[in-house]
Design a protein around this ligand. Structure first.
Ligand SMILES: O=c1ccn([C@@H]2O[C@H](COP(=O)(O)O)[C@@H](O)[C@H]2O)c(=O)[nH]1
Length: 231
């Protein structure tokens, strides 16, 4: 299976991110630039990763009024990123305006993805923000809204992949963080799944950070995950 692992480059400096990237093979994985790295380094880190041949998932999880999010995503598209995301809870108008603006501008569209329920949250966390539903119910609701809004897929836990696969179009992408090889620390993640189970249950892309970047041998850790999902 081709390039299903997206390595989260969660580092505070461009030097650390590029050192890790230099150990990775862009023909075997993709990379993710998140809030910490982008806020510290800006677009130049994305440009450097593109120069090294990587597909970049710009994980900034935009959540704002439609006009603001649409123009932020346009900026990401003009950077040439492979995938970019918003929070689905920003609503249908926010996502539809984004698709409309990219169409109007005629830019090449990145994969447009919306976060449903963060993989660090469980039912009690949802209750804390006034949502008295199990995570899977909220994920289903937001995935359908995302599909209706013209986006390409969602971020969810692979725990919800089987139910989503029976609900959304086959081409709708399921991007799943919270991936933990058996025995690995869950860290701050609550809805975790192993790489093998995530692929079996219908994930398209596995986002993996610390189990690779904090491993003694990150290259071996990545290869082990690739071997596990290909077995
Ligand atoms: O629901 C979400 C959305 C995004 N993430 C991001 O994925 C990585 C996961 O890193 P690990 O070290 O493998 O836990 C991280 O960059 C998050 O910002 C997520 O975990 N859950």
């Amino acid at each position: 299976m081709n390039k299903r692992v997206v390595v989260a480059l969660d580092y505070p400096t461009q030097a650390e991110a590029l050192t890790m990237a230099s150990r990775l093979d862009p023909s075997l994985c993709r990379v993710k630039v998140g809030k910490e790295l982008f806020t510290r380094c800006g677009p130049s880190v994305v440009e450097s990763l593109h120069q090294r041949g990587f597909d970049v998932f710009l994980d900034l999880k935009f959540h704002d009024i439609p006009n603001t999010v649409a123009h932020a995503i346009l900026a990401a598209a003009e950077m040439g990123v492979w995938m970019v995301n918003v929070h689905a809870s920003g609503g249908q108008a926010m996502m539809e305006r984004t698709v409309e603006l990219l169409d109007q501008k005629g830019v090449e569209k990145p994969l447009l993805i919306a976060v449903t329920v963060l993989t660090s949250m469980q039912q009690s966390d949802l209750a804390g923000i006034g949502l008295d539903v199990p995570p899977v119910e909220q994920v289903k609701r937001l995935a359908l809204l995302t599909q209706k809004s013209g986006f390409d897929g969602v971020v969810c836990s692979a725990q919800e992949a089987p139910v989503l696969r029976s609900l959304v179009d086959p081409s709708f992408k399921l991007v799943t963080p919270g991936i933990r090889p058996s025995g690995a620390s869950s860290d701050d993640q609550k809805r975790i799944v192993t790489p093998k189970d995530a692929i079996r249950d219908g994930s398209d892309y596995l986002v993996v950070g610390r189990p690779i970047t904090q491993a003694e041998d990150p290259v071996a850790a990545l290869q082990k995950i690739i071997d596990e999902i290909n077995a």
